[in-house]
Design a protein around this ligand. Structure first.
Ligand SMILES: NC(=O)c1ccc[n+]([C@@H]2O[C@H](COP(=O)([O-])OP(=O)(O)OC[C@H]3O[C@@H](n4cnc5c(N)ncnc54)[C@H](O)[C@@H]3O)[C@@H](O)[C@H]2O)c1
Length: 488
């Protein structure tokens, strides 16, 4: 028999709970919103009235529609009012002790058939379910912020969740107009686990001096087409929230890749929490734009694959490329370190590596011998060619691939561990992060072998076990598979 969810309780009407209450009320369900005390209840009412009021002002909702939605939401400070709810979603602060205390109460108060759900971002749903006498009826229902706008809902089942319940909850999410993805109970689920690990990696690379904050941000935004660079996004999410999620990931996996970058801890301790504090990686003014001087480069020697394309871009922009043995700068087109070429050059300090990324970005890699003037000169040439330069060190896979490939590798490992499907992981990253494509779609576009080889190069350089290609990826390349979907 299919369960019917008509009356829904939401506990905690803060940022998330108020939005979730609105989502259910908009879909025509009866909602009971519970807050800790009368003052918090009034704040919750304010969130609901404010959000629906904005929708009316923007013409997305009529006054009558708004009144109907608000009329479906009863507000209370008594958990006892949830006795006959079919589903209760908890959205109180991210503290395990609070959640376990609340679920103990809910288990006592709610009718035996009620489903209890948590909106936790990173805590163990299994651990929360374990305090109840109904662990089979406990799931995670992870909405994204702002809940009325974001379509994604991660539906988390534990080893004790009753068979079929996650599908019923997913069907409910569809009724709300959301796109559910089904996930097992691992810290961070799909989105936070993949996203925060990548953001943390960006912070690690920044600390290693690979490139600058603005360089890395530009590389990922303009080079990969992500809506924001990693540091702008860390500022938006909040460095404290990001740090806490990384701690939860590390606590579960003990994987060095999940260890929060020390710079995050330091910035959180200093109160540099990101946008909410007015200061984080960016100081609130956004990325600084660098002044563009005329490059002091008159002659260029270009070598490697893509040299003609870059020369054509320079010529089209009016820069006359003078080639010669004694050129001011020697540009080696490459996506791998170029230092070995330096030994064969009469002026090794004139050598830089140049990697064109997509249509908009070029990574400019300086070796330990490259003179700063030469790097600046090539930076200017890149701007003339109409691309954004990303200055970096001459390290394996430079910036974009060094960040992207391990993220794709994490997605393959996630799929291979059996707790989320490929389509669900792709949908989660597209809808949860606004990425132009999911990781498996990106893998297919880039080519399995390219990514596998890039990971091998990263592993050889950094010796970090998490950069070793996932065995599944390696096997697919060995088997000659062209797409990871050849598996299914
Ligand atoms: N903010 C986000 O972007 C986001 C996104 C997804 C999930 N989450 C998760 O959602 C949950 C809530 O986060 P938030 O950002 O909405 O927090 P919040 O601090 O904005 O709201 C929490 C609310 O819970 C209330 N509360 C606390 N104890 C209570 C109790 N015992 N009974 C009733 N109400 C109680 C508080 O008064 C407050 O209004 C957390 O688990 C968080 O990890 C947050």
């Amino acid at each position: 028999m299919t369960r019917s969810f008509e009356k829904v309780g939401i506990v905690g009407l803060g940022t998330m709970g108020a939005g979730i209450a609105e989502v259910f009320a908009r879909a025509g369900l009866t909602v009971v919103g519970v807050e800790a005390d009368p003052a918090a209840l009034e704040r919750g009412r304010g969130h609901l009235e404010g959000s629906t009021g904005k929708a009316v002002a923007k013409g997305r909702l009529t006054e009558a529609g708004r009144a109907e939605i608000l009329g479906r939401v009863a507000l209370t400070t008594s958990l006892e009012d949830l006795a006959d709810a079919d589903l209760v979603i908890e959205a109180i602060p991210e503290v395990m002790a609070f959640k376990r205390a609340l679920f103990t109460d809910l288990d006592r108060i709610c009718k035996p058939s009620a489903v209890l759900a948590t909106n936790t971002s990173s805590l163990s749903v299994t651990e929360i379910a374990a305090v109840t006498a109904r662990p089979g009826q406990v799931v995670g229902m992870h909405f994204f912020n702002p809940a009325p706008v974001m379509r994604l809902v991660e539906v988390i089942h534990t080893v004790t969740t009753a068979k079929g319940l996650a599908e019923e909850v997913a069907a409910l999410a569809r009724r709300l107009g959301k796109t559910p993805v089904s996930v097992g109970d691992r810290a961070g689920f799909v989105v936070n686990r993949l996203l925060l690990t990548y953001l943390n990696h960006a912070a690690v690379l920044l600390e290693s001096g690979l490139s600058t904050r603005d360089g890395i941000d530009a590389a990922m935004r303009l080079g990969v087409g992500l809506p924001m660079g990693p540091f702008a996004l860390l500022d938006l999410i909040g460095l404290d929230t990001s740090y806490e999620i990384m701690c939860a990931l590390f606590q579960e996996t003990r994987d060095r890749r999940h260890a929060p970058a020390p710079i995050l801890r330091e910035m959180v301790s200093a109160g540099l929490l990101g946008r909410k504090a007015g200061c984080g990686f960016h100081d609130g003014d956004g990325p600084s734009s660098q002044a563009v001087g005329k490059p002091s480069v008159n002659s260029v020697a270009l070598m490697g694959e893509g040299a003609e394309e870059f020369a054509a871009q320079l010529s089209a922009a009016g820069f006359k490329v003078e080639f010669g043995d004694d050129a001011d700068v020697v540009i080696a087109m490459s996506h791998t370190p170029v230092i070995e070429l330096a030994a064969h050059l009469p002026h090794p300090h004139r050598l830089v590596g140049l990697h064109l990324v997509g249509e908009k970005v070029a990574e400019v890699a300086s070796t330990v011998l490259t003179s700063p003037e030469v790097a600046r000169g090539v930076e200017g040439l890149v701007r003339i060619a109409g691309r954004t330069p990303v200055l970096c060190k001459d390290r394996a896979e430079f910036v974009v691939d060094a960040l992207l490939y391990p993220y794709l590798n994490d997605a393959v490992r996630m799929y291979d561990s059996g707790y989320a499907g490929m389509d669900d992981i792709d949908a989660a990253m597209r809808l949860g992060c606004g990425y132009p494509a999911g990781p498996f779609e990106m893998l297919d576009t880039l080519g399995l072998e390219t990514v596998r080889d890039g990971l091998r190069a990263l592993y050889a350089e950094y010796r970090d076990p998490s950069f070793a290609p996932a065995p599944l990826l390696d096997k697919l390349v060995t088997a000659g598979a062209r797409s990871i979907r050849d598996l299914s």
